[in-house]
Design a protein around this ligand. Structure first.
Ligand SMILES: Cc1ncc(COP(=O)(O)O)c(C=O)c1O
Length: 452
């Protein structure tokens, strides 16, 4: 596409599309993507970039997959959509459910499909409350979530999101949502000065349940590894401790695997790392590698049973027009087959070592405070001073994004942490280029903002 047409489209986009997390000043130089192949995206003027965050953590099998296009086309030509409300079903959603239940935690039994991660979390939260309501404990309604969490943009999903900017300007938050500190060891109020996590953050969740009253708490929701909040992997003892706390107080544990699911951490699902089973889990993003939207919450036997056995006057009245969408489910089935056929879960683990080891070498730089990650997820936290962990003078994060973009690498930041989650098909050479570009970009930005 020529520069004139690109300019026209860009002007129309700015004038008329309200983008997520929008601010006009941030959108002036928007890249208009035109094509993608593997880990590489090409813009409307022919520039190429390594997609180091799999776009939004979701294009797991990479761009330009003909197999997924064919799966969508075949299903659309057969049955593009049909009603999945009670009394109706379709073939791809049943086949996908069989497949997913064979991959997720052993105790999982029932799947409710939606279209976005936000909806999946919204419905999981409503279902946790519904569970207690039909289980004779209707006072258990509070939902506990963690700072730095990102769970989505709808009302309840935002209420459990732990980052302040997502709450500003949208009026009062709904009642009965309680947020607690998370397992961010590098900046932990309890143990940042200690060599490893003391799990005080997990114990604080127990104290919170006790303080609020266990008879008022429905569920704790958490990402196995924080994604947008800064790629924060927990201490290995964290999830087993959280599971035990929830069991002790009869509180449901909801794992938001919207980012961590489908191989991202080197396991099909991230809680496998620590041998923990949730009561509910949510999935989205990489279930279809984002070629079409699909999400779900998956309920354990216990939660599912409550829905199956509900009395006639307590029907499970949650609706989504696109629930169990046949085309989305057909694409998901094909996507999961690609993950299996190409051994991409194991590949994520191997590539993750290369990425994390490469980034760890940047710790020699004076402005790299911490490198953390799990599987093919990683973050580099940039600081002004390693000893004090002080941040760089304001605005370094966005500059890091621009500096990386100028070096042909696309990613996002949380504060001054640069986030990485490239497609599971990224080549070794591309991983090395991401690492090299990151070192260069940090060097350039630290010099520019006067952090050294
Ligand atoms: C962990 C997590 N949960 C939920 C969501 C919300 O998903 P969606 O944007 O599809 O609504 C996101 C989105 O990034 C996410 O990272």
């Amino acid at each position: 596409m020529d520069a004139v047409e690109t300019g026209r489209l860009r002007a129309y986009d700015i004038a008329h599309i309200i983008h997520p997390q929008f601010h006009l000043a941030d959108h002036r130089d928007a890249i208009i993507f035109e094509r993608g192949e593997g880990a590489v995206l090409t813009d409307s003027e022919g520039r190429t970039y390594i997609d180091a965050l799999s776009s939004l953590w979701n294009v797991a099998v990479g761009h330009g997959r003909r197999e997924l296009a064919d799966a969508a086309a075949a299903q659309m030509a057969t049955l593009g959509f049909s009603n999945s409300y009670t009394g109706y079903a379709n073939v791809p959603s049943i086949r996908l459910t069989e497949k997913l239940l064979s991959l997720v935690y052993p105790d999982m039994s029932g799947i409710f499909y939606a279209s976005s991660g936000s909806e999946a979390n919204e419905m999981a939260i409503k279902t946790a409350r519904y569970f207690w309501s039909v289980s004779g404990k209707p006072s258990k309604m509070k939902i506990i979530s963690r700072e730095e969490a990102y769970h989505g943009g709808t009302m309840a999903a935002t209420a459990v999101t732990g980052m302040a900017p997502f709450h500003k300007g949208f009026g009062p938050e709904p009642p009965d949502f309680v947020r607690v500190p998370t397992c961010y060891h590098y900046r932990c109020q309890w143990c940042a000065d200690k060599p490893s996590c003391t799990l005080a953050c997990a114990d604080n969740i127990e104290a919170t349940i006790v303080r609020e009253g266990a008879d008022s708490v429905a569920a704790v929701i958490a990402e196995p590894v924080h994604g947008a909040g800064g790629v924060i992997p927990p201490d290995p003892g964290y999830w087993p401790r959280l599971r035990a706390i929830c069991d002790r107080h009869d509180v449901l544990l909801i794992a938001d695997e919207v980012i961590t699911g489908f191989g991202r951490t080197g396991r099909w699902f991230a809680l496998e790392h620590w041998g923990v089973q949730p009561d509910m889990m949510t999935i989205a993003k990489a279930v279809t590698s984002a070629y079409v939207p699909l999400s779900a919450f998956i309920a354990s036997e216990r939660v599912h049973r409550a829905i199956l056995d509900a009395p006639a006057d307590a029907k499970f009245m949650i609706g989504c027009t696109n629930s169990a969408h046949p085309t989305a489910c057909a694409v998901a089935l094909r996507n999961v087959q690609i993950l299996e056929d190409e051994g991409l879960v194991a590949r994520a683990e191997q590539l993750g070592h290369r990425l994390n080891d490469g980034l760890a070498r940047l710790l020699e730089m004076p402005n790299v405070g911490e490198v953390r990650g799990l599987g093919l997820m990683a973050a580099v936290e940039v600081v002004a001073d390693r000893a004090t962990r002080a941040s760089l003078p304001g605005g370094a994060g966005p500059r890091l994004v621009v500096a990386l973009r100028e070096r042909g690498v696309l990613t996002r930041v949380k504060g001054d942490s640069i986030l990485f989650a490239p497609p599971l098909v990224t080549t070794e050479a591309q991983i090395d280029r991401i690492v090299d570009a990151t070192g260069d970009a940090i060097e350039a930005v630290a010099t520019e903002v006067g952090g050294r």
